[in-house]
Design a protein around this ligand. Structure first.
Ligand SMILES: Cc1cc2nc3c(=O)[nH]c(=O)nc-3n(C[C@H](O)[C@H](O)[C@H](O)COP(=O)(O)OP(=O)(O)OC[C@H]3O[C@@H](n4cnc5c(N)ncnc54)[C@H](O)[C@@H]3O)c2cc1C
Length: 375
């Protein structure tokens, strides 16, 4: 702030104006820092201009879109955050660098003001890059603002309602297929959130079944979360390989353990595993169709797995935990002449594979995030 006069707290008599454009991470942190270092400079006024009167914490946006968090947990009002910096809520229309002035519109009638400045901070963010992919911009919902998150949540609920209606028979699979474009942090976390939200919600819709739910993540990269780079990916892979899957009782438990071992490459072969994965696995069933003699002819099976990753250190630290859930349905056939029900066997296998996929993906994301945070 050299041309704003001395820094000894003495006023030069001439007011110096700093304008910060944008109330995102860049703008807010600049304002917070300036209100700290310029607290004695009565001759300097700092004003932050932004479209919204709040700061949005984008890393948790997907959690609002999938109802894990309430809106007010990820937004902070500017007036509360910035006690010594003035705020102006409006739409920035033009910047005149020669005249040192910013045109901003606001109010119900959208009238304009020209705000002069001596110093300008530009922190207006970026716009969503659709990479020119045909159809994506026209059909996709973006996830960048709080309104986007609310729109996504409404869309998810509308599709669940539509799929549940009687006239949607035959259309349920497409209605319950969700595609996320982009395998970066935001894409991976968003599809994870949508997956949990939709699978949890279908339980409450009588006509819907988890079997019809399909989640697709589209990415041109070989690895998801490519921004972490191959080194961190390899680091996460090594961590996965050092997981020992503890015994899971009963026949379905053995199938789940086998499916997990196949995915956690190297597990079992590693002479010194770093972690133990404990899984509490159970299958529950409910009747879907009943004959006149009250015997059940079709049942829905739910595979539930509560899992805990424990360090193999002396204190056996809990590293991370999670819950996975999968669903299938089988016809009940008269087993009088059969020693084993092949359908149930196939269903158990399907549940084990689906749960192993979910658990492995969660662990991979956990280790990649951990590696990214330098852990
Ligand atoms: C869903 C999602 C998840 C993310 N997760 C992570 C993460 O986990 N970790 C991470 O490091 N980064 C993450 N990011 C990226 C991170 O949000 C951005 O890097 C960061 O927001 C950039 O900060 P910024 O201040 O440059 O822009 P922004 O935060 O976008 O702020 C721009 C500001 O300018 C305002 N503005 C723009 N144009 C105008 C105008 N004409 N008039 C008035 N105001 C205007 C906007 O309203 C906004 O307040 C995520 C982004 C998204 C969308």
């Amino acid at each position: 702030m050299n041309d704003c006069g001395p820094e000894n707290g003495q006023s030069t008599g001439k007011q110096c104006r700093v304008l910060i454009l944008g109330g995102g991470f860049g703008g807010i942190y600049t304002a917070l820092e300036l209100q700290k270092v310029l607290r004695r400079r009565k001759d300097i006024t700092v004003t932050l201009l932004s479209r919204d009167n709040f700061f949005l914490f984008t890393p948790m946006l997907h959690e609002v879109a999938t109802s894990d968090l309430e809106i007010n947990t990820i937004i902070s009002p500017l007036h509360k955050l910035l006690t010594r910096v003035a705020t102006f809520v409006g739409n920035i229309e033009a910047i005149d660098l020669t005249a040192k002035s910013v045109r901003v519109s606001h109010g119900f009638d959208g009238h304009c003001h020209d705000l002069p400045f001596e110093h300008l901070v530009l922190a207006l963010g970026a716009s969503t890059n659709f990479f020119g992919l045909p159809g994506v911009e026209a059909n996709a919902l973006a996830l960048r603002t709080i309104n986007d998150a609310v729109a996504l949540r409404s869309r998810l609920i509308s599709f669940l309602e539509e799929a549940n209606s009687e006239c949607a028979v035959g259309e349920r699979k497409p209605l319950l297929t969700f595609v996320v474009a982009g395998g970066g942090f935001a894409g991976v976390e968003t599809i994870g959130g949508i997956n949990d939200f939709v699978r949890d919600a279908v339980r409450f819709y009588p006509a819907l079944s988890e079997v019809d739910v399909r989640m697709v993540l589209v990415t041109p990269d070989e690895l998801i979360l490519a921004e972490l780079g191959p080194e961190l990916g390899a680091c996460a892979q090594r961590e996965l390989a050092s997981i020992f899957v503890a015994i899971i009782p009963d026949r379905p438990g053995q199938q789940l353990r086998q499916a997990l071992q196949q995915r956690l490459e190297g597990t079992g072969a590693d002479p010194k595993p770093l972690y133990t994965l404990n899984v509490n696995y159970w299958i529950a069933g409910e009747g879907l169709a009943v004959q006149p003699d009250t015997s059940t002819t079709r049942i829905r099976l739910f595979g539930n797995a509560n899992w805990t990753l424990i360090g193999r250190d002396p204190s056996q630290t809990v590293v991370t935990t999670g819950h996975a859930r999968a669903e299938d349905a089988v016809n009940v056939i008269n087993t009088q002449y059969f020693s084993a029900d092949l359908q149930t066997e196939a269903s158990d296998r399907y549940l084990a594979e689906a749960l192993a996929d979910q658990i492995t993906t969660r662990l991979a994301i956990f280790f990649r995030n951990k590696a990214g945070a330098g852990g």
